[in-house]
Design a protein around this ligand. Structure first.
Ligand SMILES: [Fe+2]
Length: 192
């Protein structure tokens, strides 16, 4: 049987960004295609299936030549997690290929300055194998943690190449966070 492959996913995502300018429509259609990709993992090259030494592995799978989206595979060992972060204002879709992830969601409600932001906790969810989640600003801040004691594989699509994001640190004041900008790179570069 022919599986839906990474090249099929790239073709479909390219079609999505060429046929709609609406972020919410892009998220919804990208999520639909991502769920097809996640039915198998045979398309994921084995050289992309390792975590970093001190952090999750962040492997680039594809970048749109016009920077309308990028695709990444993230590989998590049980001890890895992210800080509370945003996604530089872009939309995103995330799916669990193998394992389970816990996601703590926050909503950006107000920026007081470049350094201080109000975030409201919006609940914790577990994303099971073959399930997906959405990011659409201002609902685009979260903490990701793998669940269980196995390696977790997730696939992420963002609406541009994510070169930096903001990290949020809790202050003594309820819901008020100090922000820092953090550059982000890849464990391995694109494979196509
Ligand atoms: Fe994220």
């Amino acid at each position: 049987m022919d599986h839906y492959k990474l090249s099929d996913f790239i073709r479909d995502l390219t079609n999505v960004v060429e046929t709609t300018n609406s972020d919410s429509e892009r998220v919804s259609q990208a999520e639909h295609h991502l769920s097809k990709l996640m039915r198998s993992k045979s398309w994921l090259p084995t050289e992309k299936m390792y975590a970093g030494d001190n952090s999750y592995g962040r492997h680039s799978l594809y970048r749109d030549p016009q920077d309308r989206f990028e695709i990444l595979a993230l590989i998590w060992e049980p001890e890895h997690s992210t800080p509370l972060h945003d996604h530089d204002g872009t939309w995103g879709v995330e799916g669990v290929v193998s394992g389970r992830m816990k996601i703590l969601n926050y909503l950006q409600s107000e920026s007081y300055s470049n350094q201080t932001t109000k975030l409201t906790y919006a609940g914790t969810m577990t994303i099971n194998e073959q399930s997906t989640g959405e990011l659409l600003p201002p609902a685009d801040c979260h903490i990701l943690k793998p669940q269980g004691d196995e390696t977790v594989i997730t696939v992420h699509v963002y609406g541009k190449q994510l070169k930096k994001f903001r990290v949020f640190e809790q202050t003594d004041q309820k819901d008020i966070f100090i922000t820092h900008e953090k550059p982000v790179g890849y464990t391995t570069e694109t494979c196509l």
